[in-house]
Design a protein around this ligand. Structure first.
Ligand code: TXD
Length: 321
């Protein structure tokens, strides 16, 4: 079987870690593209020179020419500006929409059969724009946000309960903005509801609720917390890991059920918009969206989050995209 080919569009912070992770895991040959001259060549030379130590022999190369992404099975897009302290993701809309339109035109031309994972912010709008410009079918266009947001939620739960994060299952749905929806009722540690563990720990239902609310709020603001500390950009290790998990599920046809920014076609009561929902990822990309029952409060939080996505898409249309 021929090796898979993975193109990474954007050779900045996340793109660099992605090239390293995907190379080291030998998921396929990696081509890192950026408009900045020499940057992707330099990063990939550095990564390729670690191959002898890390024992991988896929090729990891850099380019400023879209022709080199031809024949890619998977394209992961991080092109665009990251946030600076005090900025919301939505503040990036006009700059990154311009970049995404250009990227989508080139991916459509040079890698027309690829499955595409978008990471650039504001995520839900960028995925919507890529889908519109590329004309690719919905199963081949998705965004990464939920795997990261869920991983952040799971981390805070593990720290709070003093258990390994490996045993925590937690999921965040909705848009990748401040209205995202961490699902409290479904969060568990190897099947044991997190709320029950908190109630036993504190022997007090009100206190348990307060602790959970604090974790939910920290999850929603977790991106901003990192931006504030880094000062010059946003999180990059964890977004790259999260997209790599999605890439692996697609390239190895694992059919993992991962929170994914996918196009909704009536699921969860939403039609024609992208939002974070559980989806099965395999060789055909988003193979299906998995519905689950939400109670009245969860549904209203989800609707609120989807409304934020709708507003963002309207703002983008007003800007001419
Ligand atoms: O979970 C998530 N979805 C995210 C998303 C979590 C954290 C950050 N997320 C967003 O990813 C962030 O807000 C940004 O919009 C993207 C990329 O973040 P990164 O930290 O990697 O930004 P960098 O280091 O600035 O890299 C962006 C690169 C940089 O090298 C530019 O030269 C390049 O994008 N760039 C372009 N590449 C190709 N084509 C065009 N037109 C272009 N313009 C800039």
């Amino acid at each position: 079987m021929a090796r898979k080919k993975i193109a990474l569009i954007g050779g900045g912070q996340i793109g660099g870690v992605l090239a390293q992770l995907i190379g080291a895991r030998q998921l396929g040959d990696v081509v890192l593209f950026d408009i900045v001259e020499d940057l992707p060549q330099g990063k990939t030379l550095d990564i390729a020179e670690a191959a002898a130590v890390d024992n991988f022999d896929v090729s990891v190369t850099g380019t400023n020419n879209y022709k080199d992404i031809a024949g890619s099975d998977l394209v992961i897009i991080t092109a665009g500006l990251p946030r600076k302290p005090g900025m919301s993701r939505d503040d990036l809309l006009s700059t990154n929409a311009k970049i995404m339109k250009n990227v989508a035109e080139n991916v459509r031309e040079f890698a027309p059969n690829a499955i595409v994972i978008i990471i650039s912010n504001p995520l839900d709008a960028m995925v919507t724009l890529f889908k519109k410009v590329s004309g690719f079918p919905a199963n081949r266009v998705m965004g990464q946000a939920g795997v990261l947001d869920s991983s952040r939620f799971a981390t805070f739960i593990a720290w709070e309960l003093g258990v390994s994060v490996k045993d925590v299952n937690a999921m965040v749905l909705g848009g990748h903005g401040d209205t995202m929806v961490p699902l409290i009722r479904y969060a568990n540690v190897n099947g044991i509801p997190v709320m029950e563990m908190l109630e036993r720990k504190y022997k007090d239902k009100t206190k348990a609720k307060e602790v959970m609310t604090a974790m939910v709020e920290r999850t929603k603001m977790a991106g901003g917390e990192v931006v504030k500390l880094l000062k010059t950009g946003s999180a990059f290790y964890s977004p790259a890991s999260s997209a790599t998990a999605m890439a692996e599920s697609i390239l190895l046809d694992e059919k993992r059920l991962l929170p994914t920014c996918a196009l909704l076609n009536g699921e969860f009561g939403v039609n024609g918009y992208y939002a974070g929902v559980p989806a099965v990822l395999g060789a055909n990309g988003v193979e299906r969206v998995v519905e689950l029952s939400l109670d009245a409060e969860e549904q209203s939080l989800f609707d609120n989050s989807v409304n934020a996505v709708k507003k963002l898409v309207e703002d983008m249309a007003r800007l001419g995209f």
